[in-house]
Write a protein that binds this ligand. Structure first.
Ligand code: BDR
Ligand code: CA
Length: 322
């Protein structure tokens, strides 16, 4: 059984990912930890609780609120993509359940110490909580089984700027700390999302035709992001977080990956948050090789769109037969 901590700036596709993790047979979300990003952290927490309730699991999955700002940078958000509530301007009533009082970073440290070698983390937002957890207890890098990071990008394709993906842009120092810490990271970048997880055209029509409460919820929370994408030349709903969750559930979804040196740009303004992913064969062709094992991550280079789409259909329809 897959046992997860999901760290999320809960809006739009984060919600899709949570639905997938909450509803997929055999997956157990032990904790949801929230972090500012798309919207303020208090809203992320409310959205996480609302999503757990929408999945019929209200009160069964603890939600821990985490960092309300990046380590060093001023707060910046993406309400213009997902709506002010992060849920496509749905303005859902407040959730019935409450978050735990323990801080997300403390909860991550505690859970990894209580269950060494058993839990995987799926990270969907700026990496602030994880960086703080690591600073509180560096030994957690050896206690987590795997960390699936949605963030960064290969091949210079950003979304918030020309070169940077949003999660790394918001808190580049946190991303750098996490990548240098030695966590067993799998990185799924924005490039994969655009190439292998953009659902548009007839495929999207088919998803939108599914008439279950889960599918209606999915459609509603992602509608602002869809309109934003369409106005910006991407014809469909992007699924960066949910394809990352899907990969944690079915690693076969990752068709091609490579162990690469990865570093995050923290100094330049123009390239803030850029992930420098060295896909050159190492180490012969990399004379400037500096980081050794410490800064490497497994970087996803190609994912199976068809399989991802089938997983999404299964979650929204509630029919998990292959
Ligand atoms: C990331 O930014 C957020 O808006 C999405 O939820 C995703 O985690 C994509 O750049
Ligand atoms: Ca996210």
């Amino acid at each position: 059984n897959l046992r997860l901590i999901v760290d999320t700036d809960t809006a739009g596709d984060d919600v899709t990912s949570l639905l997938m993790g909450l509803l997929w047979p055999g997956v157990r979300i032990e904790a949801i930890t929230t972090v500012m990003g798309n919207i303020p952290v208090e809203s992320c927490t409310a959205n996480a609780l609302t999503t757990v309730e929408a999945a019929g699991r209200g009160g069964q999955v603890p939600v821990y609120q985490g960092c309300d700002r990046p380590l060093l940078r001023p707060l910046m958000q993406a309400a213009y993509v997902h709506g002010a509530d992060g849920m496509g301007e749905s303005n859902f009533p407040p959730p019935e359940h409450r978050a735990e009082t323990e801080h997300a970073a403390h909860a991550i440290v505690r859970l990894l110490n209580e269950h060494p070698g058993e839990l995987e983390i799926v990270a969907h937002g700026p990496l602030t909580n994880l960086a703080v957890a690591y600073m509180l207890d560096p030994s957690i890098v050896h206690k987590v089984k795997k960390v699936w990071v949605m963030g960064g990008s290969c091949h210079f394709r950003g979304n918030i700027t020309a070169t940077a993906e949003f999660n790394f842009y918001v808190d580049p120092e946190a991303a750098r700390i996490v990548f240098q810490a030695g966590f067993p990271i799998v990185m799924i970048g924005w490039d994969i999302c655009v190439r292998n997880a953009l659902v548009g055209g007839e495929d999207l029509q088919r998803l939108h035709a599914i008439d279950t409460p889960t599918a209606r919820f999915y459609r509603q929370v992602n509608r602002k992001a869809l309109a934003f994408n369409q106005a910006n030349g991407l014809d469909g709903v992007t699924h960066p977080d949910s394809i990352t969750m899907a990969m944690a559930i079915q690693p076969e979804l990752m068709l091609r990956s490579q162990r690469c040196q990865v570093d995050i740009e923290c100094q330049s303004e123009a390239n803030r948050g850029f992930s420098a992913v060295d896909t050159r064969p190492a180490p012969e062709n990399t004379p400037a090789w500096t980081g050794g094992e410490r800064t490497t991550a497994e970087v996803c280079l190609e994912a199976d769109y068809g399989r991802f789409y089938r997983m999404l259909t299964a979650v929204l329809s509630g029919d998990f037969r292959e």
